[in-house]
Design a protein around this ligand. Structure first.
Ligand code: ASP
Length: 325
């Protein structure tokens, strides 16, 4: 009997000890600090747009921000936050990503997306997909389940089928508003409403992601900056995470997202100095903008167009949505 009691007691002590270690580890891992920034595209959204339309964008961005914030508050990862926020925006017809993707010159839809983790520079991207409902989720699978970074066209669509992601017909992306816009527009023009998200989670990890239908009336096969790591998306836990929106060709030529990180790493710039240098000094006026955050949770959302739909939430209690300067 005595031995049995001894055994029960020591097992209990051992259990308590293990639980204690476990909760200490848990407490150490969660910093209590997080930041999330979202964009819904840089462009020319007129200030005098109908109140109802403005309200639709604001409530969609609020919903997206709440999705990401809830994941981060509850100790979820920045990777999940970025994917889920972008999934919501991809399923929302208002944005030029997923469901609301713009038209190519031949009246079809080709979608691009990329995602990158700052903890190990792991990255995944898809370009020119035509039947993938949520390109950002396929980009994540490219990152997690293949040895590649970027898959394009049919190969990417086929991989989506193989991985069992939601597949739709290309006409799923034809919504009537965009269809009318496309019919009326002959020339390629600056098109906003691309979506992006960058998050810093309570483990200190940064993830950045971007998803788009590209530019209205683009040539079939045209690939912009959004699926290109270094141009449209970049993340490095030692510096920052960035998601870009704007005239993709210029963002590719200026290696926008990576250059912001490089200015911080090589030149000791602050996040604000690095973002301002690229957006206001290197890129021409009217070309676009970025959302970015650094490892300490500071954030920047500069743009040189008329509007950039954007949103931020953090553990300091900030929660705001903005469209114009
Ligand atoms: N950067 C995107 C592209 O060029 C478009 C945008 O952000 O509006 O494909």
């Amino acid at each position: 009997m005595y031995r049995l009691n001894q055994f029960i007691l020591s097992t209990l002590f051992l259990l308590l000890f293990v639980l204690q270690i476990d909760s200490n580890l848990y407490a150490q891992q969660l910093s209590g600090k997080f930041t999330i920034v979202i964009h819904g595209g840089a462009g020319y959204f007129p200030k005098d747009s109908k109140d109802e339309l403005k309200q639709q964008y604001i409530s969609s961005l609020t919903e997206a921000l709440n999705i990401g914030k809830n994941i981060l508050v509850n100790g979820g990862t920045s990777l999940d936050a970025v994917e889920k926020v972008i999934n919501y925006l991809e399923n929302n017809i208002l944005f030029n990503a997923g469901r609301g993707a713009v038209f190519t010159l031949d009246g079809k839809h080709e979608l691009d997306a990329s995602i990158m983790q700052g903890k190990d520079l792991s990255s995944g991207a898809v370009a020119g997909v035509m039947i993938i409902k949520n390109p950002i989720s396929l980009a994540r699978l490219v990152m997690e389940k293949t040895d590649h970074v970027l898959l394009a066209g049919k190969g990417a669509d086929d991989l989506g089928i193989k991985f069992g992601v939601d597949v739709v017909s290309n006409t799923y992306f034809h919504d009537s508003t965009n269809y009318i816009k496309w019919l009326k527009s002959n020339l390629p023009k600056q098109q906003g409403e691309t979506v992006g998200c960058v998050a810093l989670d309570q483990y200190g990890n940064i993830t950045a992601g971007t998803s788009t239908g590209g530019r209205q009336n683009k040539m079939p096969g045209r690939v912009g900056d959004s699926p290109l790591i270094n141009a449209g998306t970049y993340a490095n836990n030692n510096t920052c995470g960035v998601s870009a929106t704007g005239w993709g060709e210029l963002f590719i030529k200026n290696t926008v997202a990576f250059n912001i990180s490089a200015l911080m790493e090589y030149k000791g710039y602050t996040l604000k100095q690095a973002c301002d240098e690229i957006i206001y000094n290197r890129l021409p006026e009217g070309s676009g903008g970025i959302i970015a955050l650094d490892k300490d949770g500071n954030y920047e959302m500069p743009f040189n167009t008329i509007s950039m739909m954007r949103a931020v939430a953090n553990s300091k209690g900030e929660f705001k949505i903005e469209i114009w300067k």
